[in-house]
Write a protein that binds this ligand. Structure first.
Ligand code: ZN
Length: 91
């Protein structure tokens, strides 16, 4: 569980955090307040995965292309999940 920025309790489920992106909010199970992520930190977390997937467009080996695509996709899921901080959403 992820810690809620409102009540400091672990009220945000990992699944909710995984599909969280700017514009979507997660509701805390403890206090029912909403929190979300901010564009700058979210975009920053998407950069490494994006670079790998772009690099896949320029390789000639098909197995390397698959490897880069899979690694890039995995990074795009994992990095925002672990490194994008939750912020309070008001309103
Ligand atoms: Zn809370």
């Amino acid at each position: 569980m992820f810690r809620c920025p409102h009540c400091e309790e672990p009220g945000i489920s990992p699944l909710r955090k995984a599909i969280l992106s700017p514009g979507l909010v997660a509701i805390c199970k403890s206090c029912s307040e909403s929190s979300g992520v901010r564009y700058p930190s979210w975009l920053l977390a998407m950069i490494p995965g994006t670079i790998l997937m772009l690099a896949a467009l320029f390789v000639t080996s098909e197995s390397l292309e698959w490897g880069l695509n899979i690694a890039g996709f995995t990074l795009m899921l994992i990095l925002p999940f672990f490194f994008t901080p939750l912020h309070k959403e008001n309103g």
